[in-house]
Write a protein that binds this ligand. Structure first.
Ligand code: GAR
Length: 302
């Protein structure tokens, strides 16, 4: 169960324990507050008392949990957790709304649009394929390209396609608000990493649980981790004498190249391969698979 929760919330073990403590303490505090409030009422009928008690606990619980989350440093997680619960409860999910069957419109037009932000640092060949895949899509839209390198190829592609580019800088990304306000402004639902070489800060992982997808040019868990990107990966694969390599699409958690795997595709490593020839084969795999995997994942298809 712990493993499932770690994956679902995209957190490490220590953080999971802290979150569970907040749930436990917040829950007890809500129960305590509710009993104090009930003592002030004159309701005596046992059924009426129980119903009212449940209502009072339900109201107290989010307040108590949010309060407790502050000293534990988990306010941001719980704020979004409670907001999502509220949306689910009142059926106002920003991702998928209940289809209303009217006569005039196709059903997909009545579902809300899923906005993607592509994070990339380099040439952007994957970003181009993703943008092309969703350019006329009825449900999915690339709303923003986020880049940490001014002048990177991906910024030219975005400009060509009329997609806004957000250039980010290290200090604010890692030690500021991680650009959450900008992502909110573009109503981003999912973050897609396509050759993005900075680590994703915890603030983004908390804000987008199971909502950040990465592609890695090897068969994880092998050849992943800090410093393993682009040609370094292919050089390591060839140096190790592997006869097979491939790609891994996975959810992002707090460790490099570590979150739950969504998809793996394989290709051979042939004698005489260089990092360049292997990179070309891997890129082809990525271009064929990544946009389709993203589509399935964000639409929640099995
Ligand atoms: C891709 O091969 C992607 O898998 C890799 O960077 C390349 C970006 O190419 N990502 C990593 O190595 C992440 N660890 P592109 O800019 O042409 O899409």
């Amino acid at each position: 169960m712990f493993k499932k929760l770690k994956t679902k919330w995209g957190v490490g073990l220590l953080r999971l324990v802290i979150i569970l403590c907040v749930f436990a303490i917040g829950g007890s505090l809500a129960g305590f507050a509710a009993r104090k409030i009930m003592a002030q009422t004159s309701v005596e009928h046992p059924i009426a008392w129980t119903v009212l008690y449940i209502v009072v606990v339900t109201v107290c619980w989010p307040v108590a949990v949010l309060l407790v989350s502050i000293p534990f440093g988990q306010f941001s997680f719980f704020r979004h957790y409670i907001a999502r619960m509220g949306q689910r409860l009142f059926r106002r999910s920003p991702k998928i709304q209940e289809p209303v069957d009217t006569q005039n419109q196709p059903i997909e037009n009545q579902l809300s649009i899923i906005n993607l932000a592509i994070f990339a640092s380099g040439a952007g060949s994957n970003a181009r394929k993703i943008i092309d895949r969703f350019s006329d899509h009825p449900r999915i839209r690339v709303a923003l390209v986020v880049c940490n390198k001014p002048g990177a190829g991906v910024t030219t592609i975005a400009a060509e396609k009329g997609i806004p580019v957000l250039l980010i800088e290290k200090e604010r990304f890692f030690r500021g608000d991680a650009y959450l306000a900008d992502l909110q402004q573009y109503k981003i639902d999912f973050i897609i990493l396509a050759g993005f070489l900075w680590k994703v800060p915890g603030a983004l992982i908390t804000r987008f649980p199971q909502g950040i997808i990465n592609i890695h040019p090897a068969l994880l868990p092998k050849y992943g981790g800090k410093g393993m990107y682009g040609h370094f990966v292919h050089e390591a694969v060839i140096a190790a004498g592997e006869t097979e390599s491939g790609i891994t699409v996975h959810f992002v958690d707090e460790q490099y190249d570590h979150g739950a795997t969504i998809y793996q595709g394989r290709c051979p490593v042939v004698p005489g391969d260089t990092a360049d020839t292997l990179a070309a084969r891997i890129h082809q795999l990525e271009h064929e698979a990544y946009p389709a995997i993203i589509e399935k994942t964000v639409l929640g298809a099995p």
